[in-house]
Design a protein around this ligand. Structure first.
Ligand SMILES: Nc1ncnc2c1ncn2[C@@H]1O[C@H](COP(=O)(O)OP(=O)(O)OP(=O)(O)O)[C@@H](O)[C@H]1O
Ligand SMILES: [Mg+2]
Length: 253
């Protein structure tokens, strides 16, 4: 429902150019994955799309409409942050009050019975046990926090969903399960998704299309198959090579 166009986007922090004349089109309903080494600008890019940062140059359009001047609340975007950004003083879930999982639903004045149904359904899919509901974020493990952050982002499906390494703290088995659920939820909700990860297996298996990012720009964009078949340079080739080695290891095991 929402195409994202990024035109010559640049964001500097003092001497550091975190995002450097980046242009891309993310198609409506696409699951678009960004991979790249640490500090290449992935989080900065998501924050620009979300409206949490203002670009120094360039523009962002949703469905052809410029949104660069709009604040985060007006953009219809939700972000799962790398550091969770849960509400520290709220419980995981309280059907009657504002809580982490019910927050976006309460804001919309959703009925309690509907809130319960939606949250329990999501919690079930993301394997968030009911025993955790009455806890506050500081009483959760990092992986549990990530799952709650994802549940909160999906409680009211946004037009655009941005996810910043949302599964990085889960053990391999939970991660595989969550990866499948994320993809299934995307296929059901058809939300345009930009998903940042370091995990090559996650990138190559989840993406409709993906971008390899380096030093603030996308150096290659394409389907996982295109990128595997025709890496544009040695840097992308090394990514593809690592992925193939990794998959080999998995199949040998
Ligand atoms: N608020 C800020 N002030 C100054 N520099 C910043 C700020 N935010 C990011 N940077 C710098 O911008 C560059 C890109 O940072 P960013 O967080 O976007 O990287 P990243 O690709 O998300 O890395 P990681 O994979 O480690 O999360 C880095 O050099 C970082 O130090
Ligand atoms: Mg980051």
């Amino acid at each position: 429902m929402s195409e994202i166009v990024l035109e010559d986007l640049t964001k500097r922090f003092g001497d550091v150019t975190a995002v450097d004349r980046l242009s891309a089109t993310i198609k409506s309903r696409e699951f678009f994955v960004v991979v790249g080494p640490t500090a290449c600008g992935k989080t900065t890019l998501l924050r620009l799309i979300a409206g949490l940062l203002e670009p120094d140059e360039g523009s962002i359009l949703f469905d052809g409409q410029p949104v660069t001047q709009l604040g985060a609340r007006q953009r219809g975007v939700r972000m799962v942050f790398q550091d969770y950004a849960l509400y520290p003083h709220m419980k995981v879930f309280d059907e009657k009050r504002y809580s982490n999982l019910s927050f976006p639903l309460k804001l919309r004045k959703t009925e309690t019975s509907a809130i319960k149904k939606i949250v329990n359904g999501l919690a079930n899919r993301l394997q968030i046990k009911k025993i955790l509901y009455k806890r506050k974020p500081h009483q959760l493990s990092a992986g549990q926090k990530q799952k709650v952050a994802m549940g909160r982002a999906l409680a009211v499906p946004p037009k655009i969903l941005l996810m910043d390494e949302p599964l990085s703290n889960l053990d391999p088995q939970s991660r595989l399960h969550a990866r499948d659920e994320v993809r299934k939820l995307h296929d059901e909700l058809k939300v345009t998704t930009v998903y940042v990860t370091h995990d090559l297996a996650e990138a190559f298996t989840l993406a409709d299309r993906m971008a390899v990012m380096r030093d603030g720009s996308f150096i290659q964009t394409g389907t996982p198959q295109e990128i595997q078949k025709k890496p544009i340079d040695g840097f992308v080739e090394s990514f593809v090579h690592s992925y193939k080695e990794l998959s080999k290891g998995l199949f040998d095991a």
